[in-house]
Design a protein around this ligand. Structure first.
Ligand code: NAI
Ligand code: MG
Length: 367
């Protein structure tokens, strides 16, 4: 069976790092019993330059029809003054919305070879492997009313609304528990039920669903502010952290900093399973942006992009074995001392984007 991948390299370093993923896809097609059909589209500033929009309707249709979207990064100073609705980030919001990507998965993994690049002490992070599962389409970023009103006395009042329904909490909770079962089988749910009604409902729904559908998976509740503190104090106590959109935004950035570099961090965003096929719409992308400061120089770290493709294999195509191969190859390349500039220390040999990509592919071939 052939799998449809829609590649959206985007702007800045996006196309440079996507090239390394393409090389892996080509090799897999030629050498493994898999068949990926790929198509390329334009997104962000590059789409604006070509079509005057952040993503064309034709490319949106292709994203909707694909089994997975592999996204690079968008944005850059060149498009700082394009109309608001055509700004590069608008494409990301449109993709998330139209594909219904409500579950955002952000692993924070410390590769053994990089354990001393963390902002924390080596012993605190060595072997760290946590997964933040963030609700992505609800909560305070989207709740209405959302406005700034002028009061009678001339002051202004800003209103954001945190909204969650039982079903929204249930579906993200299932994603977290299902993933925990494939890992160390523990879920920590972060909210603030002590001061927020949405936190109260969150805790209630997660507790009920966990007890009913996942009785063998230990569940812990942690206040979101304490969770942030624990992430910095003793991060290895966590396996899967489940949280809403706002807390997830913050906690995933805290977790990211435990691992060392932005150039290493992948992510996945998943939709609901299709009623007929059971397949989820999905988009995979590095956490970092388009890095305009180093774009065009061929020195970007392609690992976050390659690891995002590995997540696609794992979560969209049930190719856990192949995903493990890629993850192992990345770890080995780092073990051997290869470093792009962003993760290099004094005395390290610094390699280019294509050298790093080629080295990962060589390790995959050797497995
Ligand atoms: P950024 O993530 O692009 O860069 C931050 C710093 O990290 C820069 O010094 C950059 O060189 C470095 N860096 C990032 N990825 C790297 C990689 N793979 N290898 C080596 N070094 C890397 O964030 P910044 O500078 O705040 O934003 C730049 C542009 O990207 C902006 O237009 C922003 O809106 C956009 N952006 C897009 C995102 C997306 O497409 N999902 C996410 C974040 C920012
Ligand atoms: Mg953020």
């Amino acid at each position: 069976m052939s799998h449809k991948l829609f590649l959206l390299p985007g702007d800045g370093i996006g196309p440079e790092i996507m090239k390394e993923v393409k090389a892996i896809i080509d090799w897999m097609n030629a050498n493994l019993d898999v068949s990926f059909e790929t198509d390329d589209g334009l997104v962000g500033g590059s789409a604006y330059d070509a079509y005057g929009v952040a993503i064309s309707e034709e490319d949106m249709a292709k994203a909707m029809a694909a089994d997975a979207v592999i996204f690079g990064a968008v944005g850059g100073p060149k498009w700082a003054s394009v109309p608001y609705e055509a700004r590069p980030e608008a494409a990301l919001l449109r993709l998330r919305k139209d594909l219904g990507l409500f579950a955002n998965l952000r692993p924070a993994l410390v590769y053994p070879a990089l354990a001393d690049s963390s902002s924390l002490k080596k012993e605190l992070v060595e072997g760290l492997d946590i997964l933040i599962v963030r609700e992505l389409t609800g909560g305070v970023y989207f709740g209405e009313p959302k406005e700034i009103v002028t009061l009678e006395d001339g002051q202004k009042r800003a209103i954001d609304t945190q909204l969650y329904t039982t079903s929204e909490i249930e579906r993200i909770t299932r994603v977290a528990f299902d993933l925990a079962k494939t890992r160390s089988n523990r879920v920590a749910s972060a909210e603030k039920h002590n001061v927020m009604k949405s936190g109260l409902l969150w805790k209630e729904v997660v507790t009920k669903l966990g007890a009913k559908e996942y009785p063998d998976t230990p569940l812990e509740h942690v206040l979101a502010d304490n969770c942030a503190m624990q992430l910095v104090r003793r991060p290895k106590q966590f396996d899967v952290i489940l949280c809403d959109n706002l807390f997830g935004d913050i906690l995933s950035d805290v977790a990211a900093m435990l691992t060392g570099s932005l150039g290493m961090l992948p992510s996945a965003s998943l939709g609901a399973p299709d009623e007929k096929t059971g397949k989820r719409k999905a988009m995979y992308e590095p956490v970092h942006g388009s890095a305009p400061d180093i774009a065009g120089k061929g020195i970007a770290n392609p690992i976050a992009m390659i690891a995002s493709f590995s997540m696609a294999l794992r979560y969209s195509f049930e190719m856990g074995k192949e995903a493990d191969m890629i993850d192992k190859a990345i770890a080995t390349v780092l073990e051997k001392g290869l470093r792009t500039g962003d993760i290099a220390k004094e005395g390290d040999t610094v390699v280019t984007t294509s050298q790093m990509g080629a080295a990962v592919l060589e390790e995959i071939k050797a497995l």
